[in-house]
Ligand binder design. Structure first.
Ligand code: AHG
Ligand code: MN
Ligand code: MN
Length: 332
């Protein structure tokens, strides 16, 4: 196979910008390059985690009530540092920070809000299983008087995202993103430190043969989910399904995006509103899924239509091929 053209993600962003926003000032591409820089830093730390004393927890509990892993903190710092100095990001919100952070220098004129899960799948770090970073970019009106509470800029429904993406630190480091004009994937070439295009236009298959769910919670799923999973296992769909569950949303979704099928995190006894967070897990993943031809719901409603009311609010998430997501809805 011929090697992919040496098209870097920065060049791709500029081309997207020229094609879709010809009068854009390039500040959007400058922002995205801040994210890709941070993800290269995180990738380098993830790849040497066993050697850098970044394994294990820092002995603190975050706003989610979860033990904070050292790599969570390092990844968060990398993103805050790389984005905070871009000059066009007014507000940043992270899974690791209870409240949104304002870049004071850019609060008046900054045009963007970036919300992120700096390290997704933290429980997998110490056992060398794929983890990821997820980001969501929203626009915000300038606030010359600096009066608007930063949360007002953050609590926007997912259909207002101007871009979303993730990086999966797996057998290779792959960046997948959309600006609303399809989904593109890039693989980090560590020998030159650049994300090179490897998946020019990703389309999710209209149906698949893999379902992805934490089976340990199955007894406490709402009854419609249990009947749906039984239906997939029964073969009555005409397809034989396999079950695959990594426990890192980014890894489970990346497989679903490329191979089709369905990922579910339903309501459970422990998480009656679902475990995954709307703003920095479900929304960016949903934007990418829809742009690739898939669907993303909370079981019944389109994720991107949900109006957030809190930064860390959770939602059930069902995302994947059109056929399976619609079939699940018929069971609910
Ligand atoms: P995070 O590490 O950012 O807290 O995310 C973990 C999430 C998500 O990555 C994954 O899909 C889910 O937790 C797995 O939850 P269970 O272990 O309850 O299945
Ligand atoms: Mn996460
Ligand atoms: Mn996380």
């Amino acid at each position: 196979m011929n090697p992919p053209p040496l098209l870097t993600v920065e060049q791709h962003i500029l081309e997207q910008q020229r094609r879709r926003h010809p009068h854009a000032t390039g500040e959007f591409s400058w922002l995205l390059s801040g994210i890709t820089l941070a993800c290269k830093v995180i990738s380098a730390q993830v790849r040497r985690a066993g050697l850098l004393d970044v394994l294990g927890s820092v002995g603190q509990v975050n706003v989610q009530g979860e033990a904070v892993q050292k790599l969570d903190v390092l990844a968060n710092r990398a993103l805050l540092h790389c984005l905070g100095s871009r000059g066009n990001v007014a507000v940043m919100a992270s899974e690791e920070n209870a409240e949104p952070l304002v870049a004071e220098r850019d609060r008046a004129l900054g045009r963007y809000v970036v919300i992120f899960d700096p390290l997704d799948g933290s429980s997998n770090i110490d056992v060398n299983v794929s983890v990821g970073t997820i980001f969501s970019i929203l626009r915000r009106e300038p606030d010359p008087e600096c009066r608007r509470p930063p949360l007002d800029d953050v609590l926007q429904p997912g259909y207002r995202q101007v871009a979303a993406g993730y990086v999966v630190y797996g057998s290779s480091t792959v960046l997948v993103y959309t600006t609303g004009d399809g989904v593109t994937g890039f693989t980090l070439d560590p020998s030159i430190g650049a994300f090179i295009i490897s998946h020019p236009s990703i389309r999710m298959p209209s149906c698949g043969s893999i379902y992805s769910v934490n089976e340990a919670n199955a007894e406490t799923f709402p009854e419609g989910y249990q009947r749906f999973l039984g239906h997939l296992r029964s073969g009555r769909t005409g397809r034989t399904y396999s079950s695959r569950y990594v426990g890192s949303l980014v890894a489970d979704f990346h497989r679903t995006l490329l191979k089709g099928g369905i990922f579910l995190y339903p309501p459970t006894r422990q998480h009656p509103s679902g475990k995954l967070r709307l703003l920095y897990e479900a929304n960016p993943i949903a934007f990418i899924a829809e742009q690739a031809g898939g669907l993303a719901t909370d079981g019944m409603n389109r994720i991107l239509d949900l109006q957030p009311t809190a930064l860390h609010q959770r939602t059930p998430l069902v995302v994947g091929s059109r056929e399976e997501v619609e079939l699940l809805r018929s069971f609910l």
